[in-house]
Write a protein that binds this ligand. Sequence first.
Ligand code: NAP
Length: 210
Amino acid sequence: MASISIIGLGNMAKVLGDRAVAGGNTVEFVGRDTDKASTLARTVGGGSTAVSMDAAPSGDIVILAVPWQNAVPVVQQYGTALDGKIIIDISNTFDLSDYGGRHVAAETSVAQEIAEVTGDSTEVFKAFNTIFGAVLSRNEQLDALFAGNEGPAKDVVTSFIESLGLRAVYAGPLVMARVLEETGLLVMGLGRWGEKNYDFSLAVRRGTDV
Ligand SMILES: NC(=O)c1ccc[n+]([C@@H]2O[C@H](COP(=O)([O-])OP(=O)(O)OC[C@H]3O[C@@H](n4cnc5c(N)ncnc54)[C@H](OP(=O)(O)O)[C@@H]3O)[C@@H](O)[C@H]2O)c1
């Protein structure tokens, strides 16, 4: 099991915190409102703790559960304090007013932009952005698509995702984060036009399943 810092105190922080605690991980909530962070830690329970943004995140895995615009600035704010850690970016960047593409250049992604401002010893992954928070909150086993470079950190992320009761589905190296961000837009379109609800998740069917 892993030690996790979750930066952000909103819907996804709560849902991921709940599943992380249930999976036996140590969880720390990091937020700019310390009272809100403490309340969230108490609500999630399981020994989870709360710290302000002034303190460096203590977890080996740092989940960025903030809006995409603030992901890079938050990482930059910590400077070298995130060296050696695994960062998981869960953000989606699209504008739902026109379903027009992402707010970062087509050839990159928020996760890749984060990697550009972190030290060589920090490993960045994209995960959880293709699953609706409300669906994730139901504690069902879902497929969790993730991207990030091969190596020991990928094994750590895989184990962490599995500890949440999810199936870790590897989409490839960090360059594939941009595709996962587009996939976030896909699930919104499916919800709006195809399924006409947001109570579903993407699944990868393997040979034995079909
Ligand atoms: N909701 C979903 O179904 C879903 C699914 C997949 C991915 N995502 C992605 O997950 C991320 C979080 O979504 P959410 O639904 O949890 O949003 P949310 O409920 O609005 O929560 C966002 C949190 O980010 C915090 N925050 C914003 N800027 C910050 C900063 N500069 N420093 C520290 N904290 C900051 C906010 O802090 P305050 O509490 O102080 O305002 C808030 O707690 C987004 O990138 C979203 O695209 C969401």
